[in-house]
Design a protein around this ligand. Structure first.
Ligand SMILES: [Zn+2]
Length: 232
C-alpha cells in the first residue's frame, strides 16, 4: 500500500465533501477488506480515521450493508489532501476545492494543546469564560468542556468590567434568571417544552421548518428526507 494506490482508489471510490460544518473524506464499499488495509496505512501516517457500517435496507435499494471509512478532522483532512493532491487524476479538482475550503476556515486549537495552568491562573484572577476563550483563541464551548475536566466553575451574569466579574448577580436577578431557565413554552409544531427565549419551535421542528421554507438553499437529498418526515 502506498500513496499512489490510495490516490487511484480515491479517484474511483472516494469522496471529498463538506458534511454539515466540517470537511470529510469518505470511502464506501460493500466489501470491507480493502478498507481495512487502507485504514492501517492511513493510521500509520498519524491520521485519525472513523469506521461505520450502514445497514442493508432493500426498501431503499440497498441490498447489502455498506462500510464507510472516513476522516473528518480538519487537521487530518488537510494533511491527507496535501499528500494525495499530486497523485489524483479525476478527483483532483474536488480535493483542491476541499483544501481551499479548509484554508479559508482555519481550525481552532485542539483541547490537548491548551495549557490548563493558563486557564486556572486566568480564572483565579477573576476573568470571565468569554474573555479567557478570546485570549486563548478557542471556542467558548471548548473551554467549558475543558473547565469541566479541570474542575473549575465560571460565574455567570452580573456586571463585567475589563473581562472580569465586577459584581455578582443580585437576589432579584438570580430569581429572574432561574425563572427564565425553566422550560415553560410549548413548541409550535409538537408538544415538546422549550426554553422561554429560544424561538417558537424546538430544535428538530425548527430544522424541518427551515427546510420547508427554503428548499433552494439545501441539497436535494435533504429536501427529500424532510418531505418524507412531514408526510407521515
Ligand atoms: Zn417541536
Amino acid at each position: 500500500m502506498n500513496l499512489n494506490y490510495l490516490a487511484g482508489f480515491t479517484d474511483g471510490e472516494g469522496c471529498f465533501c463538506v458534511c454539515g460544518r466540517g470537511p470529510r473524506i469518505d470511502w464506501g464499499q460493500n466489501d470491507p477488506e480493502v478498507l481495512k488495509e487502507i485504514r492501517i496505512f492511513i493510521e500509520s501516517l498519524g491520521i485519525h480515521t472513523n469506521w461505520s457500517v450502514v445497514k442493508a435496507n432493500p426498501k431503499k435499494r440497498r441490498p447489502n450493508p455498506i462500510t464507510h471509512l472516513w476522516i473528518a478532522r480538519k487537521r487530518d483532512c488537510k494533511m491527507l489532501c496535501e499528500l494525495l493532491l499530486p497523485y489524483l487524476i479525476t478527483k483532483k479538482a474536488d480535493c483542491a476545492k476541499l483544501l481551499g475550503w479548509i484554508k479559508d476556515r482555519p481550525y481552532l486549537k485542539n483541547l490537548n494543546h491548551i495549557p490548563s495552568e493558563q486557564i486556572i491562573t486566568l480564572w483565579e484572577q477573576g476573568y470571565t469564560g468569554t474573555y479567557i476563550a478570546k485570549e486563548l483563541k478557542i471556542s467558548r464551548s471548548k473551554l467549558s468542556t475543558l473547565s469541566k475536566k479541570i474542575g473549575i466553575v465560571f460565574q455567570s451574569g452580573g456586571k463585567i468590567k475589563n473581562g472580569k466579574h465586577a459584581k455578582g448577580l443580585s437576589r432579584d436577578e438570580l430569581r429572574e434568571r432561574k425563572r427564565n431557565k425553566e422550560k415553560s413554552k410549548k413548541c409550535l409544531d409538537c408538544p415538546k417544552l422549550i426554553w422561554k427565549y429560544s424561538g417558537v419551535r424546538c430544535n428538530s421542528c425548527a430544522t424541518k421548518y427551515r427546510h420547508q421554507i427554503k428548499p433552494g438553499s439545501f441539497k436535494v437529498s435533504n429536501i427529500k428526507s424532510v418531505r418524507g418526515a412531514t408526510d407521515q
